[in-house]
Write a protein that binds this ligand. Structure first.
Ligand code: ITT
Ligand code: NA
Length: 189
């Protein structure tokens, strides 16, 4: 079964493709490379719903989109969260390191929300999370976005950018939302 993933972010597509190839041989994923507009909202769920509906006239249903964010829970009360793209473009992960300085409390997490629209134009949301902390310095070169400054509680001592693609994919927020989507598709379609 072929799934269309609408995203303008090649890193996200690469991660999703690896997960599907390795774990779900009955599925394959195809990228629809469309620049997605985002409205400013309070939650990833709202952004995901907006995104999935915004391309209805351009993409053949069924398809899915994903909205992800990096949440710094200590010091920043969850910021950048829904502002992650904008913060990455403006102050980058070095800006986040500066904001935290040498703060001891550095809890953070990633969230991923997938919105899937089915043949009847019904939309379903699937969420995945990974908890950890912000590193003191940036480390590693794989992955993208905030990966160089995030250390998952599940892989202590290494940032996401120091993990191999498959290692990040074993535990990531994106992997977890994707597992839920695939389970849903296996059971209900
Ligand atoms: P779409 O076309 O799919 O919308 P995007 O790059 O705009 O791609 P998001 O809005 O979902 O993606 O993500 C917002 C930002 O959060 C993204 O640009 C990254 O900087 C960051 N981010 C998301 N997932 C990440 C991950 O797995 N690791 C590190 N940073 C991530
Ligand atoms: Na985006």
């Amino acid at each position: 079964k072929a799934l269309r993933f609408v995203t303008g972010n090649p890193h996200k597509y690469k991660e999703v493709k690896e997960v599907i190839q390795k774990n779900f041989p009955n599925f394959e994923v195809i990228q629809s490379n469309i620049e997605l507009l985002e409205l400013q909202a309070d939650s990833l769920e709202e952004v995901a719903l907006f995104k999935v509906n915004s391309v209805k006239t351009q993409v053949k249903i069924p398809y899915f989109i994903e909205d992800a964010g990096f949440f710094v829970d200590d010091v920043c009360n969850g910021f950048p969260g829904v502002f992650s793209s904008y913060v990455m473009k403006t102050i980058g992960y070095n800006g986040i390191l500066k904001i935290l300085g040498d703060a001891k409390m550095r809890k953070a997490h990633f969230e991923s929300v997938i919105a899937y629209i089915d043949e009847d134009e019904k939309v379903f949301l699937f969420k995945g999370v990974n908890y950890g902390k912000v590193s003191i310095k940036a480390h590693g070169h794989s992955g993208f976005g905030f990966d160089p400054i995030f250390i998952s509680d599940e892989t202590p001592g290494k940032t996401f950018a120091e993990l191999k693609l498959e290692e990040k994919n074993d535990i990531s927020h994106r992997r977890r939302s994707l597992d839920k989507l695939i389970t849903f598709l296996k059971n209900y379609t």
